[in-house]
Design a protein around this ligand. Structure first.
Ligand code: AHG
Ligand code: MN
Ligand code: MN
Length: 343
């Protein structure tokens, strides 16, 4: 049998995340490089977490419960803590960040070293999203949100730095530890996605200028909660399952239970993700600062929408670090339609 060697006639040049960040920085003549360095720190920390995720099942300290609960009363997984520490260390040593708030910690953290106190940024993040999926080898992620500090440089970060409206985000993004590891981010100038090539240890631009399809036929919601939802939402879900929608066919239900993974699929294929307020979670389950705002920024930058059902997510003035909100995010037409069903 003859073997064919496939040589592509036009090979395009690989663009690494580093190159991409530096190129974007040079578009802003007064940029100091601090945000670029911070994005690079996030990329490096995410590679460490990705490496650890890939070892889950092989190494003892990675799989299973930590035996502690976080401030929100949820069981912490070992990998939640591993990821939390990896990112905190990157931020503390990086010098661009004066403080952080993480889903896994009771309070925000103001870094005490002199270099960090002069950092211009704060980062709010969910170190490991979808952690109930770790032990069953299903996609999980990291979500982050970057703001410019409000407190004066040289002083410790304050709670006010953390409680800013989503519209003030300077950048946000997520890392998906899926069948491959991807980093997707925005600095308010479109959304770009990078896939980690493990053989060279670099994120490479694989999804330039991502746009969320304006409409879709995928809906994601934990339908185990349906009887606890308001009537309008029950009607919307019935609409999704009927032939009354624009496709003339029932939509497909897809629910992974990792927000990052459900969001990423909808970003590429078009769809809606819903986590409403339910009896067991009267304010909703998802956290405004660590989950909803960063993904809302990405959704809007890609042409989608994010709402509580009543209000644009990015315009909510946060009152508490671990505040939760109902969440409708995804393709513009689908979110508008869902919201139109709510009374
Ligand atoms: P986390 O693992 O960071 O606590 O987040 C879990 C979130 C989100 O990722 C997911 O979509 C949702 O909780 C799943 O909740 P249910 O199990 O209630 O559907
Ligand atoms: Mn989460
Ligand atoms: Mn989490």
């Amino acid at each position: 049998m003859r073997a064919f060697l496939f040589i592509p006639s036009r090979m395009s040049k690989l663009i690494t995340l580093n190159e991409f960040i530096l190129k974007n920085q040079s578009d802003f003549p007064f940029a100091t490089g601090e945000l670029s360095r911070l994005l690079n720190d996030i990329a490096v920390a995410s590679k460490i977490v990705s490496r650890d995720v890939r070892k889950a099942g092989l190494v003892d300290h990675i799989l299973g419960a930590q035996g502690e609960k976080n401030v929100q009363g949820e069981d912490q997984q070992k990998l939640d803590v591993v990821a939390d520490l990896a990112f905190i260390k990157a931020f503390e040593l990086g010098g661009e960040v004066c403080g952080i708030a993480s889903e896994e910690n009771d309070d925000f953290l103001a870094f005490s070293n002199e270099i960090s106190k002069n950092g211009n940024y704060v980062v709010l993040f969910d170190p490991l999203d979808g952690s109930s999926n770790i032990d069953v080898n299903v996609s999980i992620g990291t979500i982050f949100s970057i703001y410019r500090r409000l407190s004066p440089k040289g002083t410790p970060a304050t709670e006010e730095d953390m409680l800013q409206c989503g519209t003030a985000q300077v950048a946000s993004g997520y890392v998906l530890y899926g069948s491959s590891t991807m980093l997707v981010y925005t600095t308010g100038n479109g959304v770009n996605g990078f896939t980690l090539d493990p053989s060279i240890g670099e994120y490479c631009l694989s999804h330039p200028n991502m746009k969320m399809p304006e409409n879709g036929r995928l809906y994601a919601m934990n339908e185990g909660n349906i009887n606890e939802c308001e009537g309008g939402l029950k009607e919307y879900i019935s609409y999704c399952q009927s032939r009354e929608n624009q496709t003339g066919m029932p939509y497909s239900g897809r629910y992974i239970g990792s927000l990052v993974a459900d969001f990423h699929r909808n970003l590429i294929k078009g769809g809606i993700y819903i986590y409403p307020d339910v009896l067991s979670a009267p304010e909703g389950k998802l956290r405004l600062l660590y989950e909803c705002n960063p993904l809302a920024f990405i959704a809007e930058q890609a042409g989608g929408l994010a709402s509580t059902g009543r209000k644009r997510i990015l315009e909510i003035k946060p009152e508490r670090l671990h505040q939760r909100v109902p969440y409708y995010v995804g393709s513009k037409t689908m979110v508008e339609k869902a919201v139109s069903f709510l009374k």
